[in-house]
Design a protein around this ligand. Structure first.
Ligand SMILES: [Fe+2]
Length: 497
């Protein structure tokens, strides 16, 4: 008999290790060759020693897989003293995912994408600001006489500090460019200058000022911004829990803490049981797993070196959420879908046969309305570029960058640092004003309220990585924000203890 499975395994090892003659076809029957090969490669790593897979090693590797596949032992009993109120409340929700759009990403596609972004954001600036008449296009500036006041909208193409310490930006639209000066001032004009410091490249803004050819000397700066509104509250006593960055498969995944959270939401832990029982909705905003090959030498940082097994373990865990809690799951930059945003929902090959009626796959980003509250959930990959480009934002306070995104009405305002799909309609623009803006990615919990919108960054379940150490970042793992949708306040549940 030809040893097909042995040959298949040898092929998948691609010369990285030899298979000992004591391994027979029977030893591999029914096994997942792909995941065994992945583990063998991870086992040997960069070792220079002779790499031979013998029967003993094969047995250990197979046992490891069986152990990981064992169902997660969370006791789902109904404790007599746990009467979750959320179970008695009918779910009311709708999701709005972005369907994948195929583009060949030509220069023309990007031009169309930026035109759409510009028109959308310009409209937002004009809406509700009827007192300001904005000229229709930059080329019309030529018709204005020196010293006249005018307002103009453009996309920020360049921003520099002049020798005199002023800020000079170049704005453009499809008809031309104009340079705008924000004069360095103290006292009355200082606020305008400080605001101008926050202008990010590629954002769309309006400027009012005096024409002093070839410049406009700005006296007002307008962002698309979100309108000021009252905080939207639910009319039933439900809570919404927010999380992200689980990183299943990483050596640093805090499995014990995550299981503690699962025990808690099932009413098995004596800790704010009334809050646990009020949770009707849970958002899991990306980096569900650590992934494979996301950064160099990642294989050394993994306990599960197989992407499908990482997802299988993630879904094993998440299946322990009580069925009356509706869970919205979206991908992030570590997940195995296309890296460019918007990212589509997880594909069937990752979900496999996991189907549970209360677990909903949504795109990154997505609008999900729960009990009348509109949540915009986005992994937050672009936070890095916003923090780098906007003075005053910092990674220890991710909510600062999230507020800037609301002002810019865009989830990926800085082009070039975070890949985007040039869709016909700019899906990263914040077209609808959310009641809650939720992100993760920074592994740091952070909260703010801006113009009546609740801003939440939901931290992580991964302890401090070497990369974060190098950057001097301190994550806040295993903290779960729970938003009381009727009262509008947040409780932070700590599962580190
Ligand atoms: Fe992450």
């Amino acid at each position: 008999m030809v040893a097909n499975l042995v040959v298949e395994l040898a092929g998948k090892l691609s010369g990285k290790a030899m298979i000992s003659a004591d391994i027979s076809e029977d030893d591999l029957k029914g096994a997942e060759i792909e995941s065994i090969a992945a583990r063998i490669r991870a086992h040997f790593g960069d070792s220079d020693l002779p790499r031979i897979v013998d029967r003993q090693l094969l047995r250990e590797i197979k046992e490891g897989i069986t152990l990981e596949k064992a169902p997660v032992e969370i006791e789902i009993k109904e404790p007599t003293d746990f009467k979750p109120l959320a179970k008695e409340i009918e779910p009311i929700f709708s999701t709005k995912s972005i369907a994948p759009e195929k583009t060949s990403a030509t220069v023309g596609d990007f031009t169309d994408y930026f035109n759409d972004r510009f028109m959308r954001l310009r409209e937002m600036i004009e809406r509700g600001r009827s007192g300001i008449s904005i000229i229709s296009s930059i080329d019309r500036i030529a018709q204005y006489t020196e010293g006249r006041e005018l307002s103009v909208v453009g996309m920020v193409y360049d921003k520099i500090i002049t020798k005199k310490g002023n800020i000079m930006i170049t704005m453009e639209d499809e008809t031309g460019t104009v340079k705008v000066i924000f004069t360095k001032m103290e006292g009355k004009g200082a606020a305008l200058f400080e605001n101008a410091r926050k202008i990010a490249l590629d954002s769309v803004i309006a400027v009012k000022g005096k024409l002093s050819s070839p410049f406009i000397i700005a006296n007002q700066l307008l962002w698309p911004d979100i309108p000021v509104k009252n905080k939207k509250l639910a009319n039933e006593a439900v809570s919404i829990a927010f999380t992200s960055d689980v990183h299943v498969g990483s050596k640093l995944f805090l499995e014990k803490q995550f299981r503690r959270f699962l025990e808690w939401i099932n009413g098995n832990i004596e800790l704010n049981k009334n809050i646990a029982g009020s949770i009707k909705y849970l958002f899991v905003s990306g980096d569900l797993v650590d992934g494979i090959g996301v950064y160099p030498n990642q294989d050394k940082e993994l306990t599960i070196p197989d992407i499908y097994e990482q997802y299988s373990f993630f879904f094993d865990l998440i299946s322990n959420i009580p069925e009356y809690v509706h869970v919205f799951v979206l991908p992030g930059n570590h997940d195995a879908v296309q890296r460019a945003e918007p990212q589509p929902i997880l594909t069937d090959d990752l979900i496999k046969d996991f189907r549970q009626s209360n677990i909903h796959m949504v795109s990154n980003p997505s609008y999900v309305t729960v009990h009348g509250i509109k949540v915009l959930t986005y992994h937050g990959t672009s936070l890095d570029s916003v923090i780098r480009n906007v003075p005053g934002c910092n990674s220890a306070k991710p909510e600062t960058a999230m507020v800037e995104m609301l002002k810019m009405r865009h989830l990926s305002p800085v082009y070039g640092e975070n890949p985007i799909v040039p869709t016909k309609k700019d899906e990263m623009a914040i077209t609808e004003v959310p009641d809650i803006l939720h992100m993760g990615h920074m592994h740091k919990n952070g909260y703010a309220e801006y113009h009546g919108t609740q801003v939440i960054n939901s931290g992580t379940w991964q302890s401090r990585t070497i990369y974060q150490e190098k950057l001097g970042h301190f994550p806040t793992p295993a903290l779960l924000p729970v938003y009381d949708a009727m009262k509008g306040n947040i409780s932070s549940m700590d599962f580190n203890r």
